[in-house]
Design a binder for this molecule. Structure first.
Ligand SMILES: [Zn+2]
Length: 381
């Protein structure tokens, strides 16, 4: 029955960038799906009524770059509980698994997590490694195997990942980039490229990528950068942006510099996707300067994006990059009930970047509740 709900969210502001909705509406959930989005839905037939006045009710957040292959990959960590405490209902693992061990990612991570955990398949046959890096020996690159793995796992394998920094790959970046794109072409999926300390120039990387391919760590302070010494965007980067190459934040410990972000955004390079790059080698308590996805989003609030612009960058935008926009990234009747309940709280907060920068702000984005497939989880606030 249309007016019988397992869960009813009342009094919140529904904010859904893809449909342009931004107003007070109730949201009804039944049998794991969104069944109504209307003003003043009847309370009487709801199993549970949750008053979310003062909060924003958004599509479940998508963290487009994490490392969740815990217990197997050196960067992996168990992120399920943190996701469900921070409004995140879908994550993309960024290449922790390659052709030889993606089945383990499916069994150990994707199928055993409440959070929907998808993955980019590494070009390196065993996934990304720490030291020695995964493609110092290019013999470990397996373009055909990566393509086959995506083809065999279309329900969770969403693209190809390659890291181009010297520690991972030495001087093999040009050859590896081409092999990764070849796998992307074969599977009609995007290739995600890790930049920072690369042996080839940012201009060459930007020029080589196809529309829809992804530059992750786009604001890294490591050279070569997307901006020149005067703070202007490189011509090839601007052209890549215009062509539809995707720029993803991929914050992590080492890839965020407030000053560089300000300059790049000031010269027109807004991120397409805002992601945390949470991983298991961020040894500081609470994942150090990254914290979580809402903390990363708060940085962009401070940098001048409004909440609607921010939410688009962690819902519908990443969904579109992997061509999943019909499944995730929007809050609509009939869809799986993946929902975030967020609040902008007025409280002093210190934000930190990768080069020692600190920024005291008076507002932050706080996750109050997460609903995944209709199931309710308390946010960490
Ligand atoms: Zn990463």
């Amino acid at each position: 029955m249309a007016d019988t709900f397992d869960l009813l969210l009342t009094g919140g502001t529904v904010l859904n960038p893809v449909t342009g909705v931004n107003r007070k509406l109730d949201v009804g959930v039944a049998e794991g799906r969104v069944t109504a989005i209307l003003a003043d839905l009847p309370r009487a037939n709801a199993n549970k009524v949750l008053d979310v006045a003062g909060c924003y009710v958004t599509p479940g957040l998508i963290d487009f770059h994490v490392h969740s292959y815990w217990g197997v990959n050196p960067y992996g960590c168990n992120l399920d509980a943190l996701c469900l405490a921070t409004g995140v209902t879908t994550t993309m693992d960024a290449g922790s698994a390659g052709p030889v061990n993606f089945l383990g990612f499916r069994n150990l991570v994707s199928e055993s997590s409440k959070t929907r955990m998808l993955g980019f398949v590494a070009l390196a046959q065993h996934g990304v490694l720490n030291e020695p890096g995964e493609l110092l020996n290019l013999g470990f690159a397996d373009s055909d195997g990566a393509a086959q793995t995506v083809g065999d796992n279309r329900d969770i394998g969403v693209g190809i990942k390659v890291r181009l920094h010297r520690k991972s790959i030495g001087e093999n970046s040009r050859a590896a980039l081409r092999l990764a794109i070849k796998a992307g072409e074969a599977t009609r999926t995007p290739t995600m490229v890790h930049v920072g300390d690369t042996a080839i120039s940012m201009s060459e990387i930007a020029d080589t990528l196809r529309p829809g391919d992804i530059i992750t760590h786009c604001y890294t302070p490591q050279k070569p950068s997307i901006i020149d010494e005067t703070g202007k965007l490189l011509t090839e980067v601007r052209k890549a942006k215009e062509r539809g190459v995707i720029f993803d934040v991929g914050h992590a410990g080492g890839h965020f510099d407030f000053d560089l972000v300000r300059r790049a955004m000031g010269d027109g390079l807004l991120p397409d996707v805002i992601s945390s790059d949470l991983h298991g080698r961020l040894k500081q308590p609470g994942f150090g300067i990254v914290g979580d996805l809402p903390t990363t989003l708060t940085k962009f609030l401070a940098l001048g994006l409004n909440l609607e612009e921010i939410i688009a960058r962690c819902t519908i935008n990443p969904a579109r990059v992997i061509d999943w926009q019909d499944r995730i990234g929007s809050l609509e009747v009939g869809r799986e009930a993946d929902i975030a309940v967020l609040k902008i709280t007025d409280e002093p907060t210190t934000l930190r970047d990768s080069v020692g920068g600190e920024w005291s702000v008076n507002q932050r984005i706080a996750a109050q509740w997460t609903i995944r497939q209709g199931e309710l989880f308390k946010g960490k606030g």
